[in-house]
Design a protein around this ligand. Structure first.
Ligand code: B12
Length: 591
């Protein structure tokens, strides 16, 4: 079913020998340094700290921090700790929002674009943060899994970090302008080997929502991805991995059940954090509404930890996150809210009945194992050496979540469904986007709905970055109207979009963008279209903003008007695109 010649069209499957050896050799000179956290608590690694908290029945807290300005980030490191301590609680760990450009090796970084986050130049910058207050540093993004994996992991270790990731990103993130993946895979394997060879246990972090989980339609496949990653990191490389889930887990039952599936049989290895269900936050609504969403997911996460401690730190995300990058006082408010909520929630039993969650947990585990085994058998049958971590990682990344689910998903075959399979436990975003798309088309008048249904419009849909829900919603909405859409994928390159329009005589480009690069991308796309000699409407939606070049503030500026001035159609809502498409059809019929 898998043709290795196609997967590795550019040569042989890689071999881990050199990468593993170089990572292990590096461990002789590069080891875990001091941090305020390790000294204050007298622990060798965050795993020890988490296990102690778990034994005491204490739920730990995670805060996501990191602003473009390193000094501001350092001050926040101290301030959030001080404020939570003063209120009788504590923030236990900080996830550092490194800028995505940190994923490029330092030598190439200057020539590439950059996003909205924190940029650290070298080990001293990393250390300057971790000495500010006794909070465990979690270098969870743009470290392991990207081209700069090895150099960033070294910096994190030296600064005393003992939780490093994000392996999930390896599978789905593509650095703009960085097409190669062999060096990235080798750097990832070396970084994993460097961590595994440390004298103290390093918790390799993987955020499932950054990786495969958000792309599967079946949560059983997401659990299968956990098993694949555990196999690679623990069985093949000798490290320790902890998973994070949460962003997209908006259904309370599957959120609770997934935590139980992750916790089963992992008494000795804690999870990193359960992330906030941030997709539940809405833009431009009264804060109180988003506080409802915050309370809803925190309540599930607190109950889940009390019922079966998995060591995942809970993550209260500031309610302003849907509008913009939250500021320091907003991070503090969210932490205080969570502390207060936690104090008021006693032991869950007998209030909590876990029968339904346990049945779902069993289904996730059984389905996950079926997926894992089918993937391994399928790859072995294709001739891949599944005992080689580098070959396995690269094969999985190149085949991708969509194809893996189609080929090996545990659900029954059903051609009418997105991956040709009926999910055992449907991933919440699938149902949510379907419902949203159905609701969206009701904005059209009967006449316009029919106009679009009868049209011969064909468009290309893509996303400039890893955020794909806007793209999926566009596809779903177009499909509700019978409009053909071609898939340019996530990380769609401007040239590819223009070429697809030219080759298939498409009527429009539909583009999602969230990464603070909307204007740069639009310029590149307009250039690519001129080169390809095509001119069609471009509907662009998501987060239409851009971080100013050379700016040392963290806040991107809105660029909808500038996009319009370049001839694109900025869409604050899906409805704007539908109105635009209806206008295109009307114009065609009248001319
Ligand atoms: C889910 C999410 C993720 C998921 C994405 C999973 C996936 N497979 O898509 C994950 C975890 C991977 C992720 C990663 C990151 N994220 Co994020 N993420 C979000 C989040 C929570 C939701 C966005 C979303 O998909 N919403 C669902 C869609 C359907 O709803 P919507 O956005 O409201 O869209 C409506 C309209 O805008 C419109 N629309 C949307 N798209 C389109 C497209 C078209 C064509 C049209 C017509 C209309 C349209 O239709 C919708 C309904 O009306 C937002 C915060 C938030 N709550 O908005 C941050 C957010 C977008 N992320 C952000 C950041 C910074 C990141 C990271 C860089 C963080 C990091 N340091 O790791 C990484 C990205 C790294 C990279 N290389 O790109 C920032 C972006 C900052 C900015 N530009 O201002 C945000 C805003 C969070 C924040 N406030 O800081 N993220």
């Amino acid at each position: 079913m898998i043709d290795l010649k196609t997967v590795f069209a550019d040569g042989e499957a890689p071999n881990s020998g050199d990468s593993l050896a170089s990572g292990r050799a590096l461990a002789r000179d590069c080891s875990v340094g001091d941090s305020a956290f390790l000294s204050e608590y007298g622990v060798a690694s965050e795993i020890d700290y988490k296990q102690k908290a778990r034994a005491e029945g204490r739920i730990t807290h995670h805060a996501q921090i990191g602003w473009r300005d390193p000094a501001k980030t350092g001050d926040a490191w101290a301030a959030i700790h001080a404020a939570t301590e003063k209120s009788g609680g504590a923030v236990d760990r900080y996830g550092i929002c490194l800028d995505w450009s940190m994923g490029y090796p330092k030598a190439s970084r200057g020539a590439m674009g950059r996003g909205t986050g924190l940029i650290l130049e070298g080990p001293e910058d990393f250390k300057a943060l971790t000495c500010r207050a006794p909070v465990a540093p979690h270098f969870g993004d743009f470290t392991i899994g990207l081209p700069a994996a090895l150099e960033n992991t070294q910096c994190a270790l030296v600064a005393g970090a003992t939780a490093i990731g994000n392996l999930g990103q390896y599978f789905t993130f593509r650095m703009p302008g960085w097409p190669e993946d062999r060096e990235t895979t080798a750097a990832t394997v070396s970084a994993l080997a460097l961590c595994a060879a440390q004298p103290v246990p390093i918790l390799i972090h993987s955020n499932l929502d950054d990786g495969f989980a958000a792309q599967f339609t079946d949560l059983a496949c997401a659990f299968g991805a956990v098993l694949l990653e555990r196999y690679i990191v623990e069985d093949l490389i000798g490290g320790v991995i902890g998973h994070c889930y949460g962003h997209t887990f908006s259904d309370p039952l599957s959120r609770f059940a997934f935590q139980r599936a992750l916790a089963e049989g992992r008494d000795d290895i804690p999870g990193t954090m359960v992330y906030g269900n941030t997709t539940a936050y809405r833009e431009a609504v009264p804060e109180a509404e988003n506080y409802g969403a915050l309370a809803a997911y925190l309540s599930v996460d607190i109950a889940a930890q009390r019922a079966m401690a998995s060591g995942h730190a809970i993550t209260p995300i500031p309610v302003t996150e849907a509008d913009r990058i939250p500021d320091v006082d907003e991070v503090i408010e969210a932490q205080l809210f969570a502390l207060s909520l936690q104090r008021r929630r006693g032991a869950p039993m007998p209030l909590l009945e876990t029968t339904a969650a346990d049945a779902m947990k069993e289904e996730l585990i059984a389905g996950g194992h079926r997926f894992f085994e089918a993937v391994m058998e399928g790859l072995a049958a294709s001739g891949l050496n599944t005992r080689d971590p580098e070959a396995l990682l690269l094969a999985l990344r190149r085949i991708g979540a969509k194809r893996l689910e189609e080929l090996f998903g545990p659900g029954e075959e059903d051609d009418a469904l997105p991956r040709g399979r009926r999910p055992l436990v449907e991933a919440p975003p699938v149902a949510e986007l379907r419902a949203l798309a159905q609701e969206t088309i009701t904005c059209l008048s009967d006449e316009d709905r029919q106009l679009l249904r009868d049209s011969d419009l064909a468009v290309v849909v893509g996303s400039t970055d890893v955020h794909e829900f806007g793209k999926l919603l566009s596809e779903q909405t177009l499909s509700e109207l019978g409009i053909v859409s071609m898939d340019a994928g996530i990380h769609a390159e401007p040239d590819d979009l223009a070429d697809m329009v030219a080759a298939n005589r498409l009527s429009a480009i539909v583009l999602g963008t969230y990464n603070g690069v909307a204007l740069d991308y639009a310029d590149a796309l307009v250039g690519a279209m001129a080169k390809a000699g095509v001119s069609v409407p471009i509907f662009i939606g998501g987060k239409l903003n851009q971080i100013a070049e050379g700016s040392n503030t963290s806040l991107p500026r809105p660029v909808a008007a500038e996009l319009a001035a370049r001839g694109l159609t900025p869409c604050a809502r899906m409805e704007d695109m539908l109105a635009g498409l209806a206008a295109v059809v009307r114009e065609r019929t009248s001319s």
